[in-house]
Design a protein around this ligand. Structure first.
Ligand code: HBI
Ligand code: FE
Length: 288
């Protein structure tokens, strides 16, 4: 399914806002088993890696019960905690539709689950990435407000034609963000917590840079969708992340038009350097 056309309506069977019924009763035993396999593998790895807010969210929503979670059940608790809910979509949805859901505290989650032979990599976000990866953080009131602020900002960025820069903010926070804690860096990004290999790489590998989060700096940094990240940005707290979105983005976009992009693995004199990465992994992959 393509998500690039604004003139393109929802696929047959989907509502005008692209949502569909989850159809929980229709999942096969094999599909529930894929969830259980992925769930067990990640939850073994994540203590001392994922941040407390994520781990507590996972507990609060009881995401392992009966295999693939039933949205109706988890929404009761999620609505009570932060006023968010999960809605099912067929796959990627157009940007405008995606942001409109976020702005209204609804998280669009893929209804389908990956095949047993593609446990480690898939192109479109499935229910494991979307629900296991994203939804636990939505139980945190501060992160919940950040996601809504992002949705509202996304709608404004679309009108201004500035989405490319804002998408980098989503990527380096919601998908691949790290959080500084007294015990060291912890994961809160959904793209990391839903991936076995990147949950190790993002924290332990000497290859990537780990830099202090700076909103404008992040919005100038390209990212890769095909492999582990070459740079991770570490926020001091979720409140700092939310506060950063209170800046005047119009002024930021104006400055970005002049300042230009920063090479993906560059370290600037103004960066707060937590890890000066070797970039050995990226170099090896580039040579293959
Ligand atoms: N659709 N289902 C779904 N999930 C996403 O994460 C998503 C999307 N459509 C667009 C989109 N993301 C991007 O606009 C953001 O990642 C910036
Ligand atoms: Fe995601």
């Amino acid at each position: 399914m393509s998500a690039d056309g604004f003139n393109q309506g929802p696929p047959p069977g989907a509502r005008a806002d692209w949502t569909i019924d989850q159809g929980w009763a229709g999942y096969s035993d094999a599909e529930h088993q894929v969830w259980m396999t992925l769930y067990e593998r990640q939850t073994r790895l994540l203590p001392d890696r994922a941040c407390d807010q994520f781990l507590q969210g996972l507990e609060a929503l009881d995401l392992h019960r009966s295999g693939i979670p039933d949205f109706e059940r988890i929404n009761v608790e999620l609505l009570r905690l932060t006023g968010w809910s999960v809605v099912a979509v067929p796959g990627l949805v157009p940007d405008e539709v995606f942001f409109d859901h976020l702005a209204n505290r609804r998280f669009p989650a893929g209804q389908f689950i990956r095949k047993p032979e593609e446990l480690d990599y898939l192109q479109e976000p499935d229910i494991f990435h979307d629900v296991f990866g994203h939804v636990p953080m939505l139980t945190d009131p501060v992160f919940a407000d950040y996601m809504q602020a992002y949705g509202r900002g996304g709608l404004r960025a679309l009108q201004r034609g500035q989405l490319a820069n804002l998408a980098r903010l989503y990527w380096y926070t919601v998908e691949f963000g790290l959080l500084q804690t007294p015990q060291g860096a912890r994961i809160y990004g959904a793209g990391i917590v839903s991936s076995w290999a990147e949950s190790i790489f993002a924290l332990d590998d000497p290859s990537p840079n780990r830099l202090g989060f700076d909103l404008e700096r992040v919005m100038r940094t390209p990212y890769r969708i095909d492999d582990f990240q070459q740079v991770y940005f570490v926020i001091p707290s979720l409140q700092d992340l939310l506060d950063a979105t209170l800046q005047d983005f119009a002024a930021i976009y104006e400055r970005l038009e002049r300042s230009g992009d920063i090479p993906i693995a560059a370290i600037l004199p103004t960066d707060l350097v937590l890890t000066r990465g070797t970039q050995a992994y990226a170099a090896k992959r580039a040579a293959q």
